[in-house]
Design a protein around this ligand. Sequence first.
Ligand SMILES: NC(=O)c1ccc[n+]([C@@H]2O[C@H](COP(=O)([O-])OP(=O)(O)OC[C@H]3O[C@@H](n4cnc5c(N)ncnc54)[C@H](O)[C@@H]3O)[C@@H](O)[C@H]2O)c1
Length: 424
Amino acid sequence: METVAKLNGDVKDIALADDGKRKIQWANQHMPVLQLIRKQFIKDQPLKGIRVSACLHVTSETANLVITLRDGGADVVLCASNPLSTQDDVASSLVRDYNIPTYAIKGEDNATYYSHISAALDHKPQITMDDGADLVTQLLTKRTDLLSGVIGGTEETTTGVIRLRAMAKDGTLKFPIIAVNDALTKHFFDNRYGTGQSTLDGVIRATNLLLAGLKVVIAGYGWCGRGVAMRAKGHGADVIITEIDPVKGIEAVMDGFRVLQMADAAKEGDVFITVTGNKNVIRSEHFEHMKSGAVVCNSGHFNVEIDIPALEKLSSGKREVRPLVDEYLLKDGRRINLIGEGRLVNLASAEGHPASVMDMSFANQALSAEYLVKNSKDLKAQVYVVPEHLDKEIARLKLESMGHKLDKLTAEQEHYLSSWQEGT
Ligand SMILES: NC(=O)c1ccc[n+]([C@@H]2O[C@H](COP(=O)([O-])OP(=O)(O)OC[C@H]3O[C@@H](n4cnc5c(N)ncnc54)[C@H](O)[C@@H]3O)[C@@H](O)[C@H]2O)c1
C-alpha cells in the first residue's frame, strides 16, 4: 500500500487513479444539473477562497461535487463518512488528477477513520459538509478551537439531520446547518429511488440471490424503506414491512405489503434489510427465530440497526463465504449471513446511488454552500431547510435535462388559484 502523504491525502494506492478518473468522468455524464452549476461556478467564483471540509461517501458522484466546489473557487478537502463506502480508485484520482486532498481508504479501521476526519478538520473549514454529522460532532466536541472560523455547514442524510436538530435543541450546535436531506429534490428521489435501487443492487452483488419468490423483510417504511420495498416487489419478492409508526404502517398495507412485528417476520424472512435510522432493530430475540441461511443487511446510516454483538454471542464462529458476506455459525447449528458488517449495504457491496439521482442531491449541496457564503450573517446556530426557490429550480433543471416539459399556468388559472372568491 502506497501512502501518498506527499500528495496531501491518504489513499489506498495511487496507481488506481486511472480507473477512478474514468469512473468520475462517467458519473459526470449523468449529472447534468451539477454540470450547469459548475459552469456558473467557474464564471461567478461564489466560493472563492472558502475552505471547505467535506466528510462524504467517497464515490464518483461525490468526486464531481468536490470538483464543482473547487471550480467555484473553494479550497476543498474530502474524507470518508463511512469506513466501507470509499471507492479507492476515485479517491486516488481526486488526489492525483484533481489535486483535491482526500483521506479515505475502503475498509479503514475506526482509528484511521477518525484520523482522516481529523486531517479534514486540520484544514480549518469555513464550511463543513457532512453525511451523518461525524465531522461536525468531532468539531464541536474535540476541535472547538476551530469554531470561530466556521461560517456554517450542510448535512446530507436523515440520521445526520436528526443528530444536528438534537444538538440545536440543547444548544450544542454553534453554527448554522442547511439540511440538504430535507430538500424535496433530495429525499423524494435520493432516499427513495436511489436507496431503493442501490440497496437491492448491493444485496444481489453480494449474494447473487434470485429475489423472486423470496420473503424480503424491510424494517422501516420511510423514504428509503418505500423505495426498497417497491423495487423488491418488482423483483417478485414477497415483501414484509416492520414499522413503529401507524401512518407508515397503514401506507405499507395499502401499498400492498404485509406489516408484521419483527418477532413474527423473523420466522418467515429469507432476506432482512433495515432502513430505520434506529438501533438494535434486529436483535438476539429475532436471530433466535430466523431460518438457517437467512441473509441480513442494513441500508440505514449507521451500523447499529443490527445488533451484531448479539449475533456474535449466539455464534460459535464465522467465516467469509463471499466477499463482504460473513456466515455466522450459530451454536444450535443454524447459519445466518451478514452483508458488509452491517454497514450501508448499497455502498459496501455496490456503488451507492446512481449518478443521475446524486445529481439533484449534490446540486443542493453546491447551491447550499453558495447560499451559506451569501447569507451566513443572517443565519443562527440552527438547522435550516434548503430555500424553496433553489429546490424548485433544481427540479426544473432536472426535468429539462431529461427532456420533459411542464405546462405553465394561464393568467386566468393563476387568478383562480390565488383568489378565494372564485370557484363557487
Ligand atoms: N443507504 C443509503 O444510501 C441511504 C440514503 C439515504 C438515507 N439513508 C439512511 O437511511 C435511514 C432511513 O432514512 P429515511 O430517509 O428513510 O428516514 P425516515 O425517517 O423517512 O424513515 C425511517 C422509518 O423507520 C421507522 N422506524 C424507526 N424505528 C423503527 C423500528 N424500530 N422498527 C421499524 N421501523 C422503525 C420510522 O417510523 C420511519 O418510518 C437513515 O439512517 C438515513 O440516514 C441511507
